[in-house]
Design a protein around this ligand. Structure first.
Ligand code: AMP
Ligand code: MG
Length: 482
């Protein structure tokens, strides 16, 4: 029986400072909850001849795949603005699996037990939050947004205490890597210049080999990460996603969305939306996300100072000049993204006003972010009354004027909108219902939801329950679940 693991653990070969060698702590009674067959296929892994027991033994950490070198990664991070030494306190990286097309994937178990980075935590995770990560990461993948993915969730047969007793679980996370801004912060805080250079070279070889040939690697890396993170956050703004805990340890160097804790999608449009119960001051609210990306990039730039220039002042100037471009690039990308959502080709000087007018109306009239664009695409909604008010109708006239001034056929306009406006997002109501049912042992709703969010732009889905109206809980709160 060959599953097809092909490990090549390059991170493991980095200096010891970068990680602790440690195995997952075995669990009492692994039980498979959900397994991502499609992702397994993409990884060229074949579990068709493995029993459910064998699969759950692997993805609980009880039986390590051949070729893995289990480690906990060291990293630091600014959490809500405060610098802390962190590291994988409840996760281990089994290693890097290489697919047939030579792509490299980190295979990580989350909830795998204590490590030297656990800082008093139990090293474990509860079933609800692990299933939430599974749902949201697969939704992001369906939405064509760079993301880590979820291969399996296995219960441990042990309870975890989170104010109450909850079933413990392990999530298998697949990522192009788990290197974070916080990884650089960890090395930089120790003032290990050689190791910092090792890390930069490693990241460039692994993720951005095309900048290998310049003699300004550090500044090129800063520019590339800024581009990647702007692309990512513009995508979040496109679909109304709120990450909820954008600490620098949760910002991936690869540009993938990572660490789905208290994240959620916005229903009613409000730029100040915050779902996370611990985000009391709205630091990570919907509209703050680009500002926080910039703040995090500044922390990244600080790590690179010793390698940007031998002269510290010059190095600071170089970093500042790069990051000063942030607003201009973001604004440009965001505007183009909103144009796409509205089916607008080319550039018209009035576009910015047209877009901000729409957002203002959406806010004042408490319109649903996703459904407003569905309505503009001509999708029949159950309740269209909210779009019949005077302000919205007069805005729509202006929009149609702009559309009609384009030379492109209306089918092109509609196709552009279809590609950029999801019909289905994992709405809070559905996610909660799926998680509640799952905690009672019924996975039907979870599986239905997963089927819906895998094809969020498809029109034959419009009749599904995940598109139709749902109750909106204005006081909805999400929790970190640690
Ligand atoms: P997160 O909020 O998941 O990004 O985690 C932030 C930090 O806390 C990371 O270093 C985690 O490894 C650590 N952590 C979170 N939950 C636990 C836990 N239950 N036990 C040990 N460490 C944890
Ligand atoms: Mg994290």
């Amino acid at each position: 029986m060959t599953i097809g693991w092909h490990f090549d653990n390059s991170y493991y070969k980095l200096p010891k400072l970068f990680r602790e060698e440690i195995n997952p702590v075995p669990v009492k009674k692994p039980g498979l909850v959900i397994f991502n067959e499609n992702l397994a296929k993409d990884l060229d892994l074949d579990f068709s001849k493995s029993s459910e027991e064998e699969i759950s033994n692997i993805f609980s950490g009880n039986n390590l795949p051949k070729g893995s070198n289990s480690i906990a990664q060291a990293y630091a991070g600014h959490q809500f603005g405060h610098f802390t030494m962190l590291g994988d306190g409840r996760a281990v990286l089994l290693g890097e699996h290489i697919s047939n097309s030579n792509e490299r994937f980190d295979i990580q178990l989350k909830g795998s037990g204590r490590t030297s980075f656990s800082r008093g935590g139990d090293g474990r995770a509860a079933l609800g939050p692990m299933l939430r990560e599974y749902i949201i990461s697969e939704a992001m993948y369906g939405l064509n947004i760079p993301t880590t993915r979820s291969l399996a969730v296995v219960t441990t047969g042990e309870n975890v205490i989170r104010g109450e007793k909850l079933p413990g679980a392990v999530l298998t996370r697949v990522a192009s890597s788990h290197i974070r801004v916080g990884t650089f912060q960890y090395i930089a805080a120790r003032q290990k210049i050689d190791e910092l250079e090792t890390l930069i070279n490693y990241v460039i070889n692994r993720h951005y080999p095309y900048i290998n040939n310049t003699n300004k690697k550090a500044s090129e890396l800063l520019k590339v990460l800024m581009e990647k993170q702007i692309e990512l956050v513009v995508n979040w703004m496109r679909v109304g996603f709120i990450h909820g805990v954008m600490n620098t340890d949760n910002m991936s160097i690869s540009g993938e969305s990572i660490d789905y804790g208290p994240c959620a999608f916005m229903d009613i449009y409000d730029p100040n939306t915050v779902f996370s119960s611990i985000d009391q001051f709205g630091r990570y609210s919907f509209s703050n996300q680009p500002k926080i990306i910039k703040w995090n990039l500044l922390r990244f730039a600080e790590c690179l100072i010793p390698l940007l220039d031998k002269n510290e002042n010059k190095a600071i100037d170089k970093a500042t000049n790069i990051i000063n471009e942030f607003e201009k690039i973001y604004e440009h990308r965001w505007l183009n993204m909103m144009r796409d959502k509205l089916g607008l080709f080319g550039i018209n000087n009035d576009d910015k006003k047209l877009i901000s007018d729409l957002l203002k109306i959406m806010f004042d009239e408490k319109l649903d972010y996703t459904k407003t664009f569905s309505y503009l695409m001509g999708i029949k909604l159950k309740n269209e009354n909210s779009f019949q008010n005077k302000r919205f109708l007069s805005w729509k006239k202006e929009w149609l004027k702009r559309l009609n001034s384009q030379t492109k056929p209306s089918s092109d306009q509609l196709n552009l909108m279809k590609k950029n406006n999801p019909l289905i997002i994992p709405r809070n109501y559905h996610v909660e219902k799926a998680l509640t049912n799952a905690s009672e042992g019924n996975l039907d709703y979870l599986k239905e939801l997963l089927a819906g969010i895998q094809r969020p732009y498809e029109y034959d889905n419009e009749s599904t329950i995940f598109f139709s109206s749902v109750k909106i809980d204005k006081n909805y709160k999400t929790f970190c679940g640690t």
